[in-house]
Design a protein around this ligand. Structure first.
Ligand SMILES: NC(=O)c1ccc[n+]([C@@H]2O[C@H](COP(=O)([O-])OP(=O)(O)OC[C@H]3O[C@@H](n4cnc5c(N)ncnc54)[C@H](O)[C@@H]3O)[C@@H](O)[C@H]2O)c1
Length: 405
């Protein structure tokens, strides 16, 4: 049984790992300790796990006292690298939330520390585990559409979901490096994994088109705003987990979860367009927009022998019941591949990831468990894209990845 410590008393960690792994606790793993500067949030975790979970206000003290076998890192994105590296140096495997990190220097430092430690970094890229993408991977791998020359991937979020990122730490470049890291790291990883290829170069454009507009800024925070009825990004803090983790804990560190999505100080983009060239000659055209009326994605893969169309949009805010992938091997002859919707968060991906990474050992025929190279390969597309937006030039990812092997 593996003894785990947690770094980051975050919402994600509570739902994905502590609650999500409840059935495995006492069998394949146990949670023994938690570190987060915010004690109130740690107490929420202890209530959930029990008195066996020791709370630490000092990370090194936790590692030295508890000597865990593994550490789950689920803090704000800008702090991942520090804990990943220090955990490796303590001789522990690390399970890090995405993105693995969000700067090139941190990518380099993580890869170096991993090699020196002989321990392993896993990145919890749950999209790879969605039955939808697993099916797509099988299709691509089967070679049915031949060599893939072109992928068009459009991802759009509605104003409630998209606006949510502007309410807290994600809205500041310094912390999240924006959505091309925080959100698109999933999407870039899925493409890298589907193609079994590496990105060579990226060029991008980005705008803050909708959020952070002082004319739309309705109030300091949702819970003190009297115009919530007219706001498409209104976020209530009434859900018990939100109240316990954020509202009741904000007196300690001033982390306010429901700030106005239109507060002017945010500096991330909400409207992005990215082109990526891959080593084997695939061109990816990707867009991410955070202020739509409906959310979902379109992905079209065009190959030598055929094409695959993925079209996945919510219906009245709900996800579609059945999943569908369209396969075309001749003009206008559409074969519909349908399969039932999977249960659980993130299209069923979270459940599968937990089974693979935290359950009894099992085969991984599709290569779904992501390592640190996958983490840096995906991150470098976002890092390069941000750089390209700033400079207006194409960013050379291949040279960066060569230093990260
Ligand atoms: N895989 C997914 O689908 C998915 C979904 C949501 C979030 N995430 C990831 O999970 C992580 C947590 O996200 P969240 O929205 O749940 O976060 P959150 O805002 O709920 O919590 C962030 C936590 O980090 C802590 N923290 C901040 N600075 C710290 C530091 N220097 N040292 C230690 N702790 C620190 C805060 O006190 C807070 O408890 C992020 O990396 C995010 O990208 C992944």
């Amino acid at each position: 049984m593996k003894r785990f410590a947690i770094v980051g008393a975050s919402h994600r960690c509570l739902s994905m790992f502590v609650r999500g792994l409840e059935g495995m606790r006492g069998k394949t793993l146990e949670f023994i300790a938690i570190y987060d500067p915010n004690r109130t949030r740690c107490e929420v975790f202890r209530k959930e796990v029990g008195d066996g979970l020791t709370i630490y206000s000092d990370y090194d003290q936790m590692m030295q006292t508890e000597k865990p076998d593994g550490v789950i890192v689920a803090t704000t994105d800008n702090t991942h690298a520090d804990y990943v590296i220090r955990t490796l140096r303590y001789g522990c495997d690390v399970y890090c939330e995405k993105p693995l990190t969000n700067t090139y220097e941190n990518c380099l430092a993580i890869r170096k520390a991993e090699k020196e430690s002989g321990k392993k970094v896993y990145v919890t890229f749950n999209c790879r585990f969605m039955p939808y993408f697993a099916k797509l991977k099988e299709l691509v791998r089967s070679g049915v559409i031949g060599k893939i020359h072109s992928i068009n991937y459009e991802y759009i979020l509605n104003r409630w979901h998209g606006g949510d990122y502007f309410k807290r730490w994600h809205g500041m470049m310094e912390v999240s490096q924006g959505m091309l890291l925080h959100k698109s790291t999933h999407h870039f990883d899925v493409i890298n994994w589907l193609l079994e290829d590496e990105p060579v170069s990226v060029s991008a454009m980005g705008l803050k088109s909708f959020y952070g507009n002082p004319e739309r800024c309705l109030g300091f925070r949702c819970s003190q705003c009297d115009k919530t009825a007219e706001c498409e990004s209104y976020k209530s803090q009434s859900a018990p987990m939100d109240k316990a983790l954020y509202f009741d804990a904000e007196h300690e560190d001033g982390y306010i979860r429901d700030r106005c999505a239109h507060r002017p100080e945010t500096d991330i983009y909400d409207n992005m367009s990215v082109s990526v060239l891959y080593k084997k000659g695939t061109l990816l055209t990707y867009t991410l927009t955070l202020f739509a009326m409906k959310e979902g994605y379109n992905m079209t893969l065009i190959g030598e022998k055929g094409m695959i169309i993925c079209h996945h949009f919510g219906k009245d805010g709900e996800e579609k019941q059945d999943y569908e992938i369209e396969l075309l091997l001749r003009e206008n002859e559409v074969e519909k591949i349908t399969f039932p919707r999977a249960e659980g968060a993130h299209g069923g991906g979270d459940v599968k990831l937990r089974e693979m990474m935290f359950g009894d050992p099992q085969p991984d025929p599709l290569g779904q468990a992501a390592d640190s190279f996958a983490g840096v390969a995906s991150a470098m597309i976002g890092i390069g894209a941000n750089e390209s937006i700033k400079t207006g030039r194409v960013y050379d990812i291949a040279s960066a990845l060569d230093t990260l092997r």
